[in-house]
Design a protein around this ligand. Structure first.
Ligand SMILES: NC(=O)c1ccc[n+]([C@@H]2O[C@H](COP(=O)([O-])OP(=O)(O)OC[C@H]3O[C@@H](n4cnc5c(N)ncnc54)[C@H](O)[C@@H]3O)[C@@H](O)[C@H]2O)c1
Length: 176
């Protein structure tokens, strides 16, 4: 079992100072925890999500492709900006950016914002997910299947494709 002290020690040993990380689906849950951990390890963190605090969002529309996002929109459970603020309050660098991984334009815009702020992305965490549709094959709704693939699989593809050019130039020492 890894206790809190051990976890803190491990994070202190991982030094990500100078690295820029982008986490998708970081308004809550594991994405938020990963963003905070990256911040603690010294990384500059872009906290991204389809939901931001105080959204005046059409819940009905969100229900179509993420009932959970629709459920949480506009509630205290959304902590995208708060997560960035927590990282900054601990002495780190962070921004909160809206990004819908199903929308290539939204992905490109968010990644452009991060690149313009910090030059490049070194670490990409494809965490955004819809996870409300578990069931046996015979009960599967093809529409929900397509939606899940669009967020959980194609979403990771879109983000990786958009982030890759600067990740690659950073790896080759060509980043600014
Ligand atoms: N929770 C578990 O038991 C578990 C187990 C194994 C793996 N995982 C993995 O961990 C990750 C996160 O799981 P979680 O339990 O924290 O999920 P969660 O449902 O609590 O959080 C998902 C996040 O993704 C965001 N999101 C949904 N649709 C989006 C979209 N189109 N664009 C951008 N953001 C969007 C939501 O707003 C939310 O912040 C997933 O990749 C999941 O597969 C979770």
């Amino acid at each position: 079992m890894v206790n809190d002290d051990t976890r803190k020690d491990i994070l202190m040993q991982i030094n990500l100072k100078g690295k820029v990380a982008l986490v998708t689906g970081a308004s809550r849950g594991l994405g938020r925890a990963i963003a905070l951990a990256l911040g603690k390890a010294g990384a500059t963190v872009a906290v991204t999500d389809i939901l931001l605090e105080g959204d005046d969002i059409d819940r009905g529309q969100l229900q179509d492709y993420s009932p959970l996002a629709g459920h949480f929109a506009g509630t205290d459970a959304v902590k995208t900006r708060a997560t960035a603020q927590e990282i900054i309050a601990e002495g780190g660098r962070s921004i909160a950016v809206r990004m819908d991984v199903t929308d290539a334009e939204s992905v490109n815009e968010a990644i452009k914002t991060v690149n313009q702020s910090w030059g490049s992305i070194d670490i990409l965490i494809n965490n955004a997910v819809v996870m409300d549709n578990f069931g046996k094959l015979e009960g599967q709704d093809p529409k929900k299947w397509d939606r899940d693939v669009n967020v959980n699989l194609s979403g990771a593809f879109r983000c990786t494709k958009a982030a890759w050019p600067t990740m690659w130039s950073g790896m080759r020492g060509e980043g600014s």
